[in-house]
Design a protein around this ligand. Structure first.
Ligand code: NAD
Length: 368
């Protein structure tokens, strides 16, 4: 009998993307061999690398390869070399946004995890987070004010200029992100906080009503709370651990998830999953998995990037798109142990001794 197969597309991208992707693939290879799984993946250009190779940031061949797979393992795209291009042709905008749109990646899941050993990486006072941080931020990714129509600028009679963005949410869009939040909470501590601005915005009134009814009907066992977004921004900086699963609409999530990332310290440790409406051949969500950080041009090519975020993104891929929760947990424990045992790339060393990307990867593999 052939071994169970994990079919995914690898898009390393630019800058440190290919460096940390090598680490993630090494980890996956070791784990797959041990678990009796076959890795079936192909690597394709995206972002600046694709502009250089094929003239566009997202070649059709790359998109087709993604469509034929069960998941996408993504590095990061962009860098100074392509900054002169018009905004619509820039790597991030011309590669990542079309991928999100094409695959209807509506749910962005970003774990906010800061190990106790790394509390110094957080700008928060250590006494506020003595045991680190452990929460998850879930952002609706395909609706709201970033996509609503009309979106226009016009000159009014008399010469003044007016710009319009439109914030739209459908009940069905709110319910499907609420479902992701509920499933995440079920796998954690059963606590969910929905963030909105229902005291001002009509879309938020529908958001809060829909979320309240959805949880009452489908998940009465979960502890649901609501918070206004301005308060949530303050509470994240005051006491992030009061949240377990925080979920919110697109623009609020854009801002709060970045606030959470800085509160959690180094970008080199933070991973994310963007789940689509589609189901893959395993009947699980098709998803795109990527580090929270970018291409880090300041350290690219030096072999010193922190590979943890990319490796942890691969763990999320195993969990969400392949249903391999225990293998995902194996990776997460190995990363935690390596950091706990004192292995630190420059971004998390705080002036202490550092290891390079390859050494960090080796330390993680030894602890799998
Ligand atoms: P960045 O995240 O690339 O870097 C910010 C800082 O964090 C840098 O000092 C960098 O060295 C550090 N850093 C990030 N990841 C690290 C890692 N794994 N290990 C060690 N240090 C790490 O953000 P930026 O400098 O604002 O952007 C650089 C480029 O990346 C830009 O072109 C931007 O458009 C692009 N970008 C891409 C994505 C993406 O592909 N999803 C996301 C963010 C930024």
């Amino acid at each position: 009998m052939s071994k169970p197969e994990l079919k995914f597309t690898v898009l390393p991208g630019d800058g440190i993307g290919p460096e940390v992707m090598t680490s993630a693939l090494e980890v996956l290879h070791v784990l797959a061999a041990r678990a009796g799984l076959t890795l079936n993946y192909s690597t394709h250009p995206v972002g600046g690398a694709a502009i250089d190779d094929c003239g566009v940031a997202l070649p059709d061949s790359t998109r087709d390869a993604c469509a034929a797979a069960d998941a996408i393992l993504f590095g990061s795209v962009g860098g100074p070399k392509w900054e002169h291009l018009p905004p619509a042709e820039q790597p991030e905008r011309a590669a990542l946004l079309p991928l999100r749109k094409h695959f209807q990646l509506f749910a962005n899941i970003r774990p906010g995890l800061l190990y106790r050993e790394l509390v110094d990486a957080s700008p928060l006072k250590t006494e506020r987070i003595p045991d680190g941080i452990d929460m998850v931020c879930i952002r609706e990714l395909t609706g709201g004010i970033y996509f609503g129509q009309p979106k226009t600028t016009r000159t009014l009679e008399g010469g003044d200029v007016e710009a319009i963005d439109t914030m739209v949410y459908k009940r069905s869009e709110i319910e499907r992100i609420a479902e992701v939040a509920a499933q995440t909470a079920l796998a954690r501590n059963g606590k969910v906080c929905s963030v909105d601005k229902a005291n001002v915005l009509t879309t938020s009134v529908l958001w809060r009503k829909t979320v309240t009814e959805f949880f009452a009907q489908k998940y009465p066992q979960l502890k649901l709370s609501h918070m206004y977004v301005d308060n949530a921004a303050m509470q994240l900086a005051r006491d992030p651990n009061q949240f377990d699963v925080l979920f919110t609409e697109n623009m609020f999530g854009d801002i709060l998830s970045d606030e959470m990332a800085i509160v959690c310290g180094s970008l080199g440790m933070l991973c994310s999953a963007s789940l689509g409406t589609g189901r893959n051949t395993h009947g699980l969500p098709f998803g795109l998995y990527e580090p929270a950080g970018g291409t880090a041009p300041d350290i690219a090519g030096k072999g010193i990037a922190n590979p943890c975020a990319q490796i942890l993104s691969a763990a999320l891929m195993l969990r969400y798109s392949f249903g391999l929760d225990s293998l995902a947990a194996t990776i997460e424990s190995a990363v935690r142990e390596a950091v706990g045992d004192g292995y630190r790339t420059g971004d998390i060393a705080f002036g202490g001794q550092t290891v390079n990307t390859a050494q960090m990867t080796k330390a993680i593999i030894e602890r799998l």
